[in-house]
Design a protein around this ligand. Structure first.
Ligand code: F6R
Length: 617
């Protein structure tokens, strides 16, 4: 949720930390802060409620001076967003500074203990408790050095964290630790970088260590990177990885927002997701993760798909795909509900976790539960080496590239692509999808990137114009049937999260069981009505809407007549098989949400109260 950046080396620490925070701002953006060593072995903190740009406005005293420092961009958990609650936090003696991503669950007990020992607290955060616990251990025994005190402190806390700590008496040293939240260490030439992901340092080095769960590291210019286990101080050999990330991938590339860039990247991201997997000429789908465990899938009692938010919507479409083509029963669960309802899971179940970030705490916790009960765990993640990707038994990466806009777009369509490949692969193997149908479906799937290009070029300006008419709307209904019911849910989620307009998604036929009461001339209704997929039924739903004067925006196939004649606004997409239509239909709905939000003056890439990866429950 929060973004962490640290630097020790020979360059201007202020610039590196501030620029790094800008790259990590997608992780949280209600406050920001920086701590630097001032050249006289003293730590100086500057922090504020607001964005990194607000921090820039109030900071900069040590620009060009400090060679070590760290910064934080926050998504509030304990304590409201305020200057006081912003990170970094200093220990009572002012010598130790900390930045933290995550939650210390037992902070209250520790705070009581420290208060009894005379410690005082300026903020309401759990983080300030942790930094004072480090001071406490150093005060307790003058032999305890700084990294050891951090280790002692981490052994007292439970919860989830990625932390970076610095101490003014230990020049050039940063101590980091990780449990449940990601942390990467960039290895430069006589310099080191710390960050929640590699984006802040990719322009300086391509070598990084991803700290493992339960590990901490002491990073110093003198001794390099010393990694230890937090619980018993065992030494760990660092595993240095070569980064594939490029600067271009994490910049806006001329687009006004990351979200728009990512919408337009979908022909490429879907192509990249299929690359090396969909071999149309050979008539095969190659997916080692599935193939190596194909009997597990075939013999599974059922597949349980676990996810949150947009990834959960992808899971619903996955259910339709896998049940239709592979004929294996599928259940789709919200991760947060699944883990708390004592679900029945056996070793005959296969659990598929879908997560763009691979860090979502609810999904992670649900997976751990399923794993304990013996289920086989398959992951669909976008972020390589993420926590979820690491704990699964097998999986497929989506290869959509970094998704920075908080609202998920290209990761969603990449997830649908992977689920489609899985369904076809299993269907072929199980004999539930005959060869002729398989061949025609994969040929059609191969055309999807081209069809998205067409959707983007034919609907972009149109949707932009349509959006202007809905800037003042306060409610929206999104309707679809079959495969496009989850697409309607996703369209509604996109609109509400970035424009703050209330929106509901419904199966079109359910409308008459309640939501129809909402329809009048002020209610915009988006209906997804492709030719293939219950079209006649949808026509009846449209008639019901028009009889009540609802304002209808219809997503239809090119050349459509019946629905188009009744609609107030028509958005045409190319024809495709029903199972691919949510991919094509999602694109104009993403654009609709995007432009309505832009015209309402909302911060599209950083919507209020949200953050990109939700690492708290
Ligand atoms: C919506 C959105 C969220 C995420 C959800 C799960 O646009 O981005 O609903 O889909 O928080 O995140 P991941 O996929 O990272 O597990």
């Amino acid at each position: 949720m929060c973004g962490i950046v640290g630097y020790t080396g020979f360059q201007d620490a202020y610039d590196i930390v501030i620029n790094g925070l800008k790259r990590l701002e997608y992780r949280g953006y209600d406050s920001a802060g920086i701590v630097l060593e001032n050249g006289n072995k003293k730590l100086e903190v500057e922090k504020t409620k607001g964005k990194v740009d607000d921090l820039v406005n109030i900071s900069g005293k040590l620009k060009g001076v400090a060679k070590i420092g760290m910064g934080h961009t926050r998504w509030a958990t304990h304590g409201v967003p305020s200057d006081r609650n912003s990170h970094p936090h200093l220990s009572n003696n002012g010598k130790i500074a900390i930045i933290h991503n995550g939650i210390i669950e037992n902070y209250d007990t520790i705070k009581t203990m420290l208060t009894e020992k005379g410690f005082t607290f300026k903020s309401e955060t759990d983080t300030e408790v942790l930094v004072n616990l480090v001071q406490y251990f150093m005060d307790l025994n003058s032999e305890t050095d700084f990294p050891t005190a951090v280790r002692y402190a981490l052994n007292e806390v439970y919860g989830a964290y990625a932390i970076t700590v610095m101490h003014e008496d230990f020049p050039g040293v940063l101590v980091v630790g990780r449990l449940g939240s990601p942390l990467a260490i960039g290895i430069g030439d006589k310099e080191y970088f710390i960050a929640s992901d590699a984006s802040p340092f990719v322009e300086f080095t391509k070598e990084a260590i991803y700290l493992e769960e339960g590990h901490m590291a002491t990073i110093s210019l003198e001794n390099g990177v010393d990694i230890r286990t937090i619980n018993d101080n065992s030494k760990i050999e660092p595993e240095i990885q070569k980064l594939k990330l490029s600067l271009e991938q994490i910049e806006k590339g001329g687009y006004e927002h990351f979200m728009l860039k990512e919408i337009f990247e979908q022909p490429k991201s879907i192509h990249d997701t299929m690359r090396g997997r969909l071999l149309v000429d050979e008539g095969v789908i190659k997916m080692a993760g599935i193939w190596d465990h194909v009997e597990k899938f075939k013999n599974a009692n059922r597949i349980i798909i676990i996810a949150c938010g947009t990834s959960w919507h992808a899971g619903l479409i996955g259910e339709y795909l896998i049940e239709e083509y592979a004929r294996i029963p599928v259940e789709v669960e919200y991760a947060s509900e699944f883990r708390y309802r004592n679900p029945i899971i056996t070793d005959k179940d296969v659990v598929i976790a879908i997560s763009q970030s691979g860090e979502t705490a609810d999904t992670m916790a649900a997976l751990k539960l399923a794993k304990e009960k013996g289920a086989f765990i398959y992951g669909i993640c976008n972020v390589v080496d993420s926590s979820i990707a690491r704990i699964t038994d097998a999986g497929s990466y989506t290869h959509a590239g970094p998704e920075i806009g908080v609202a998920s777009t290209k990761a969603f369509t990449a997830q649908l692509t992977i689920l489609t490949l899985i369904a076809f692969k299993l269907g072929k193997h199980n004999g539930t999808l005959d060869n002729t149908s398989f061949m025609s479906l994969i040929a059609e799937l191969d055309l999807i990137p081209k069809k998205i290009e067409e959707v983007l070029s034919t609907t972009h300006e149109l949707v932009k114009n349509i959006s202007k008419d809905f800037v003042k709307s306060t409610n929206f209904l999104y309707l679809g049937r079959g495969y496009n019911y989850p697409a309607a849910l996703e369209g509604a989620l996109k609109l509400k999260e970035i424009s703050y307009i209330h929106a509901e998604g419904y199966p079109a036929a359910e409308m008459k069981h309640g939501p129809i009461a909402l329809i009048d001339e002020n209610m915009p209704i988006v209906i997804i009505a492709p030719k293939k997929g219950h079209y006649d039924k949808i026509v009846s739903n449209v008639q019901e809407i028009k009889a009540r004067k609802g304002k209808l925006i219809a997503v239809v196939n090119k050349g459509d007549q019946q629905v188009s004649e009744m609609a107030d606004y028509v958005i045409e997409i190319p024809e495709t098989s029903e199972c691919f239509s949510p991919i094509l239909a999602s694109v104009p709905l993403q654009l609709l949400a995007y432009y309505i939000a832009v015209y309402r003056g909302a911060n599209v890439d950083q919507p209020r109260n949200l953050a990109k990866s939700v690492t708290v429950e």
